[in-house]
Structures are given as structure tokens and as C-alpha cells.
Write a protein that binds this ligand. Structure first.
Ligand code: PLP
Length: 447
């Protein structure tokens, strides 16, 4: 395998890694410049829902690029109008106003400011804090990072961050209160109310959560009454409920938006990754009419925006991607392949190092433990997550590491499996086989 040599001018995120140069992608596969094939079982970073190299998307991109690529905000294009309509059709009832941006962090920043603007317009100028959860990830910009709970990615920047409160994630396998559902009576959801009282509800603007955890501990989903309880607490205190669907949105969990699994309607949803399946940068913050109307009826102005938000090329591309998903019924395929993957992964539960396998649709997580009975995590120094990710990579299957061990204040090594929705049965088996062999080897290596 040839490693990239002449990368002197790239400001790398980490120098600890060695890089392979990618040549092209086709369906669920990526190929490096040596011709090695990788099954992209993490869809980039939970992004590529329709697979790589789809020609009809490239054709739409070429056509739009030759027509017009950029306009200033006085103009709208048909693709922008049609994409907003399409998103309204897909989203839960009432979430019908779409604010386009270029990435997930911009989407969560926009949601934070939208919530603030809503409260200013409705006569609650003191409301500005956003309550979020530990183990969450909402993005790398300062506002988004302030709301995020992945401590290892926050630590260097804490002096810049807003002092927003966090509550524990609803993580039943490792209940932060040492309780068991349903006897716990949802202590983790009720913690929201406690923190609201502690901080003063007059200062709280919104609560933000990933409906199903994406990057930190993939596939962790709370019990059926968690989000209905959260919704009720938010309503009682005039606090907006924001769901971060940057990973889970546009079909990844087998329904259009993951919050649908709980039949709850949030006030604002943030989206990103799957909107264009990675063909071009685009994301969106989707507001409920209640939020939009409050702003529109009063000042009619949301003083916020980014240069590339809603650009014609990205909108045309995302519209073509969402039409492609609908035409090929890929959300159904995602649900079906997710069920198959979970079924085929079941025997791995017997492995001495596998503690928990979970997920919905094609957002699946596996957690590794030193002691299955007690759920004791491995010491971080064992590097279990990296060993699994690296060995699977060598076998030509790409998966994502979750939060590493105790660093995030969370016990556990995790991996995430999130292939394109277009994955077929034999490719599911190829992924499971590579993982089974890898986990077996890692377990033997650990003795
Ligand atoms: N929200 C969630 C749930 C994410 O997983 C991410 C990125 O991984 C973001 C927001 C930030 O998105 P971006 O990296 O596009 O800024």
C-alpha cells in the first residue's frame, strides 16, 4: 500500500495517521490509487446515503454548474424552492420553513440563534441558554461546540465556550444513575426539569439533543417515553425543543427523521450530512411554523446567514439526491438492511469483548467491554477501538471509531457502522464477516 508522500501543504487534523490517496468511488465501494477496494461501511462520516459515483447526480451538478452556480440573496432558484418544498413534505407536521446553510455546525448555530430570536420576539429577552447532553456532538464552531458534550473535543477550547448546562445522555446500557428502565421512571429525562429549575427557566431558550446518538456512541436510542417526557417539560417552561438530525436525518435510521420513532414534533430540526449524500456541502435548519411565524409577524427579520447558504449548485444536487432516494425507495431499503445487519451481528454478542450491539436503520453501534457481566470498560491504553478500526480497514472495510474509552467521562470503546442505504445483502455479509474476524483477532490479542 503506497502512502501519500507529498502532503506538506495540508494542515492535517492529526499527524498520527498515515494517509492513502483515494482514486474514485462506485456504489458502496471506494478505491485507492493502488487499486485497493474498501467497502465504505461508514458512508464517509455517516454521509453518503445513495452511494458513490451516481451518474445522474453528477449530470444534474454539471447542468446546474453550467447554468448558474452562485447568486446573492435577492434571488431564489427553482431548485432552492423545490428542495424546501421537498423537505417540508418529508418533515414532521408543522416543520415547514427551511433555512439553508453549508454544514451541520452552521445548522446547529443557526438553530441556537433562531431560538434566541423567537424568545426576543415573544417578549422573553432573558432566555438565551441552551441545555444539551453530555456525549452529544453538535459541531466544531464555538456555539455548536458549547452545546456539544464530547469532552475530548471540547477540552482545548473551554475558555472560549459559552457556559451552557449539560445533562446526562439517556444511555440505558450505562445508566449514569445506575438504574434500570422502567423502574428508573426516566430519571435522565427528569434531570432536564431539575436543571431548568436550578438555572432559572427564564434564562433557558432551548434544549438540543441528537434523537439517536451518532458520533460519540453510535446507535444509542432512549426508551419510548423519553422524548414525549422531554417535549412536555420543554412546553411547560416555554423552552424550544431542537433535535439535531445532522446524522440521523434523511432516512439514516429507517424513517425520514429519527424523532419520528418517538412520534414527537420538535420546534427546530437541524440536518446536514445525508441531505446531499456528500455530493456537495449543504445543510438545513428546519423551523416549525410557530417559530417562523413569531419572527415573521414581528420584526420579519432573522439577522443571520452564511455566504454559501442555499447556493444553486448545492440545492440542485440535494434535490436530485432526495428524488433519487424516493425513486429507489431507499429509506425502506435502509430499514431492511439495518434489520438484516443487526440480525447478522447477533452472534457477535457471544464474543468475550462485545458488551452491547444497538442501532436503528443503518446507524449501528458496537461497544466493547473487558468484563461482560459487569460491563467494565477496557483501559483506554489498550486502544481497543483503534485496533478494531485499523484491522477492519486492513480487511478493506471502513468503520468509524466512537468516543474513545474513559476520555469522554464515559466508560466504553465503541465503533459505528453506517453504510450507504444502497448496500445489498451480500455486502452486509461482507461487512459482518470482516468485523467478526477482526473482533475475534482483537479478543485473542487481549488474551
Ligand atoms: N451534529 C451532529 C449530530 C454531527 O454528528 C455533526 C458532525 O459530525 C455535526 C452536527 C456538525 O456537522 P459538520 O461537521 O458538518 O459541521
Amino acid at each position: 500500500m503506497t502512502e501519500v508522500q507529498n502532503d506538506d501543504h495540508i494542515f492535517h487534523r492529526t499527524l498520527k495517521q498515515q494517509w492513502q490517496q483515494i482514486s474514485h468511488g462506485e456504489g458502496v465501494y471506494l478505491f485507492d490509487t493502488d487499486g485497493k477496494r474498501y467497502l465504505d461501511a461508514c458512508a464517509g462520516v455517516h454521509v453518503v446515503s445513495i452511494g458513490h459515483g451516481v451518474k445522474e447526480i453528477a449530470d444534474v451538478m454539471g447542468k446546474q454548474a453550467s447554468q448558474v452556480c452562485f447568486t446573492y440573496s435577492r434571488f431564489l432558484t427553482q431548485a432552492q424552492i423545490d428542495l424546501a418544498q421537498k423537505i417540508d413534505d418529508m418533515a414532521p407536521e408543522g416543520l415547514s420553513k427551511v433555512f439553508f446553510v453549508s454544514g451541520g455546525s452552521e445548522a446547529t448555530e443557526s438553530a441556537m440563534k433562531m431560538a434566541r430570536k423567537y424568545h426576543l420576539e415573544t417578549g422573553n429577552p432573558k432566555k438565551y441558554k441552551v441545555i444539551s447532553r453530555w456525549q452529544s456532538w453538535h459541531g466544531n464552531t464555538i456555539g455548536a461546540l458549547s452545546m456539544s458534550g464530547r469532552t475530548s473535543w471540547r477540552d482545548d477550547y473551554v475558555p472560549y465556550l459559552l457556559d451552557f448546562p449539560h445533562i446526562p445522555a439517556p444511555y440505558c446500557y450505562r445508566c449514569p444513575y445506575g438504574q434500570e428502565y422502567p423502574d428508573c421512571h426516566l430519571t435522565c429525562a427528569n434531570e432536564l426539569e431539575r436543571v431548568i429549575h436550578q438555572e432559572g427557566s427564564e434564562y433557558i431558550s432551548a434544549f438540543i439533543a441528537e434523537p439517536i446518538l451518532g458520533t460519540s456512541a453510535a446507535g444509542v436510542a432512549p426508551p419510548p417515553d423519553y422524548y414525549p417526557t422531554i417535549r412536555e417539560i420543554c412546553d411547560r417552561h416555554d423552552i424550544l425543543m431542537i433535535t439535531d438530525e445532522v446524522v440521523t436525518g434523511f432516512g439514516r435510521t429507517g424513517v425520514n427523521f429519527a424523532i419520528e420513532h418517538w412520534d414527537v414534533v420538535p420546534d427546530i430540526m437541524t440536518t446536514g450530512k445525508g441531505l446531499s449524500s456528500g455530493y456537495t456541502p449543504i445543510a438545513a435548519t428546519i423551523a416549525h411554523e410557530k417559530v417562523y411565524d413569531a419572527i415573521y409577524k414581528k420584526s420579519s427579520s432573522f439577522t443571520h446567514g452564511h455566504t454559501y447558504g442555499g447556493n444553486p449548485l448545492s440545492c440542485a444536487t440535494a434535490l436530485a439526491v432526495q428524488n433519487y432516494i424516493e425513486k429507489h425507495d431507499l429509506v425502506t431499503q435502509c430499514a431492511r438492511m439495518g434489520d438484516l445487519m443487526l440480525e447478522k451481528l447477533k452472534p457477535l454478542q457471544e464474543s468475550p469483548i462485545v458488551g452491547n450491539i444497538r442501532g436503528k436503520g443503518l446507524l449501528i453501534g458496537i461497544e466493547f467491554v473487558a468484563d461482560k457481566e459487569k460491563g467494565t470498560p477496557f483501559d483506554v491504553s489498550k486502544g481497543v477501538t483503534s485496533a478494531v478500526v485499523d484491522l477492519t480497514f486492513d480487511k478493506g472495510v471502513l468503520i468509524m471509531p466512537g468516543a474513545p474509552g474513559l476520555i469522554d467521562g464515559v466508560a466504553g470503546d465503541h465503533i459505528a457502522i453506517s453504510p450507504p442505504f444502497t448496500i445489498n445483502e451480500s455486502q452486509v455479509l461482507e461487512t459482518v464477516d470482516a468485523l467478526t474476524e477482526t473482533i475475534d483477532e482483537v479478543a485473542k490479542g487481549l488474551g
